[in-house]
Ligand binder design. Sequence first.
Ligand SMILES: O=C(O)CCC(=O)C(=O)O
Length: 255
Amino acid sequence: MLTREELASFHENGYILVRGLLSPEEAEEYRSESHALAARLSAQGNIDATWGSARAAVAGAQDTKIMHCHNVQFFSASFTRLLVNEKLTSVASDVIGSPNVQLHHTKMFIKPPEKGSPFPMHQDAPYFPHDRHSMIAAICHFDDAPIEKGCVRVVPGSHKLGILEHSKEGGWHLPFDQYPISSAVPCEAKKGDVLFFSYLTIHGSGINVSNEARTTLLIQMRDPEDPPSVKTHESRGQGMMLRGFDPLSTPRGVE
Ligand SMILES: O=C(O)CCC(=O)C(=O)O
């Protein structure tokens, strides 16, 4: 659970980096699972998820790559256990402001050494707007993410701006000149750290130019009483309860 000061900081800045939420051993296990999954999937096809806008926005991003898998809990039981980890869901509950925490989706990213793709600055909200803006992301770091590995960067306080107009070209993104990645605050992380931020918080990340991969799992969660404003971005597993219960459940959902 967060302290009163940490929660106030989240509300003021729109993000909080929780140090050592996972132990180094837990992080290492999830790192191995992530790389094993990426190897299995890569053997069957291309799992690069580099945004077209990343190539356009960032010098040096022309031949970068990022290995990716959506909804990893359908690929390995180890990730299912992480989703309901008490340490994770108790902080999620604090920042969402509800005892009930519902899954939206998960995304594993491996930024490979020397050429790991960047993400232009954006809010997540345009992808899947919700009426009460309770949606958060928790980025779990399975290895260290210093600046040179392309750590996540944020614009503190930007969650207070509401949903901004984005370009949809090559992935939703904000104007490159107005929001350069380099001017955002780097959230350098150690393995086991988890970065929580509102889906309204402007964020992005630079290229991994180091000689090690950057391995993360992004878990998007919401208050189950915060309905989607539009029917979009639906995926397998969406609506799974990670903590508490769904006060809006009806017999229609029972099969
Ligand atoms: O992992 C990162 O560097 C950023 C990911 C991100 O911004 C996103 O998936 O929306």
